[in-house]
Design a protein around this ligand. Sequence first.
Ligand SMILES: Cc1cc2nc3c(=O)[nH]c(=O)nc-3n(C[C@H](O)[C@H](O)[C@H](O)COP(=O)(O)OP(=O)(O)OC[C@H]3O[C@@H](n4cnc5c(N)ncnc54)[C@H](O)[C@@H]3O)c2cc1C
Length: 469
Amino acid sequence: MSNHHVTNTTHPNAGSPGPGAEPDEHPYDLIVVGAGIAGLAAALTGVSGLAGVTGTTDGAGRRGPVQPPRILVLDAHPAGGRARTSEQAGFLHNVGPHAMYRSGALAALLARHGVEVSGGEPASGAAIMVRDGQGHPMRLSPGSMLRTSLLTPGERLRLLALFATVQRAKPAQLVGTSVDDWLAPYPRRVRQFADMLIRVSSYTDAPDVFDAGAAVAQLQLAIGPGVQYLDGGWQSIVAGCLDVLAAAGVDVRTDEETLTVRSVDRSPLVSVTTSNTTHTAHSVVIAGGGPETAERLTGATVRGLDRITPPVTASTLDLALATARPALAFALDAPLYLSAHAPAARLAPEGHGLVSLMRYHAPGADAGDPAVRRAELRAFARHVGIGERGDEREVLHERYLHRMVVTHGAPTASGGGLAGRPAVDALGLPGVYLAGDWVGAEGLLADAAAASGIAAARAAAQRCASITG
Ligand SMILES: Cc1cc2nc3c(=O)[nH]c(=O)nc-3n(C[C@H](O)[C@H](O)[C@H](O)COP(=O)(O)OP(=O)(O)OC[C@H]3O[C@@H](n4cnc5c(N)ncnc54)[C@H](O)[C@@H]3O)c2cc1C
C-alpha cells in the first residue's frame, strides 16, 4: 500500500479562528466534503476539469491571473469511506465483499487518472446453488442450465431464453417497469435465478420496486466484462487516488469534520465551516455518503428523494481461512451469497483463504437480531464445506458487520429508473453539488459514486469558468 499524503496543517488558514469565523480571503476553486469514492472522483476530475479556468478571486469575486486549481478535500475520518480496508492478522478486510465492475465508471476513472490496481476474478468453477437448504453444483453457463436438476426441462429452456433476452435487451426500454413485472411471465423457479443474479450484481433485494432497466444494465456489466477482486483491497483504490491528488497539489485533510455549507451573502462564494476553521470556495461538492448529510450541512432539501428507495443495507461476514480454496455459492430462495475473495485477490497470507458472505436486506428494512444473522451466514458457509462436521479449526477469525449501507438509495421503476435519481444540483443551491451512490443517472454502487463525483466536479468547473471568466 502506498504512503499517501494527507495533511491537516499546511493550509494558509491553519491556526485561523474556528467555526463562525469570517470566510478567508483566498477561496478555493473547489471544496469536496467526503473522501470516499465519490469525493475522490470529484477531486480527481476537478484537477483536470478546473485547469485553465481557475484564477484567484477575492471575497468580492474580483479576478486575478490564471493559476493551477486550488482544491481542498475534507473528511471527518481517514479517507476512503466504505472503500476502506482494514487488516487483521495479515488478512485484508474490505467493508464487506467488494468487487469492481471492469467496465464501470470507477474503473474508467482510475484508468483515466493513471491509478493502477490489480486483482483477480471470482472462482470460475461450479458454483453451489442453494434451494430448500440443499446445495446443487452448477455453472452459470448455457450447458449447465440445460442439465440442472433444479429445474424441469421446460423451465431450463425458459431460463436459457431469459439469459439470451438479458444479453440482447436494451435497458432503456425497460425503464419504468419493476423487476417483478418484467419477470412475471416466467415460471417462479426461473424467476428465482434472475432475482438471485440481480441481487448479486446490484446488492439490492427489492424486485417489487427496483427498476428493470437499471437491473438489466447491471446484469449486462456482470455477465459481460465481469468484476475484479482487488489485491490489497479497495484501499488500493483510495491510496492510488490520494497519490495522484497529492502530486497535483490537492490539499486532503482528514479528521476535519464539515459542520455547515452555506452561500456567502452578496458573493458567488460558498462557505464551509469545519471543526477547525471556515473555508470559502467557488463550488462545493458534498460527497458525505447519504442525502441526510447534505441536508444537515446545508439546511436545504434534496429534490427527488421520493424517486429512490430508502438506504439499502446488508449484513456481511468475512471468514479468514487456514487454507486457500475457491468457493462461490448463491441461495435461490433467500438473499444470501458467498464468494472466496482470496486467493482470487491478494487479501490473505500465502496459502490462506478469505471468504466473504453477505445477506441482503430489503431497502429500509430492519437487519434483525445480529446473532441470528451471523448464525445464518455461518450456516450458509457450510454449503461450501466451511465448518462442516463441526470442524471449525479452518476458520482463523471472523469479521461480522451487521447493517452496512450498500447504497443510500436504489433506482425505482416508479421514479423513472437511473435517470430519476436526484441530480448533482438537486439541492438547488448555487455552487453546491451532490455526489454519491444515490445521485445521477449513471451506474450503481461505487460506479454511481464515481460517475456522480465526476458529474459534480464538471458542474463545478463550469461554474468556476463562468465566475472567473
Ligand atoms: C457491504 C458492502 C459491499 C459493497 N460492495 C460493493 C461492490 O462489490 N461493488 C461496488 O461497486 N460497490 C460496492 N459497495 C458500495 C460502495 O462501497 C459505495 O457505493 C461507495 O464506497 C460509496 O462511496 P461514497 O463516496 O459515495 O460514500 P462513502 O464511502 O460513505 O464516503 C463518504 C465519506 O464522507 C465522509 N463524511 C461524511 N460526513 C462528513 C462530514 N460532515 N464532514 C467530513 N466528512 C464527512 C465520511 O467519513 C466518508 O469518508 C458496497 C458497500 C457495502 C457497504
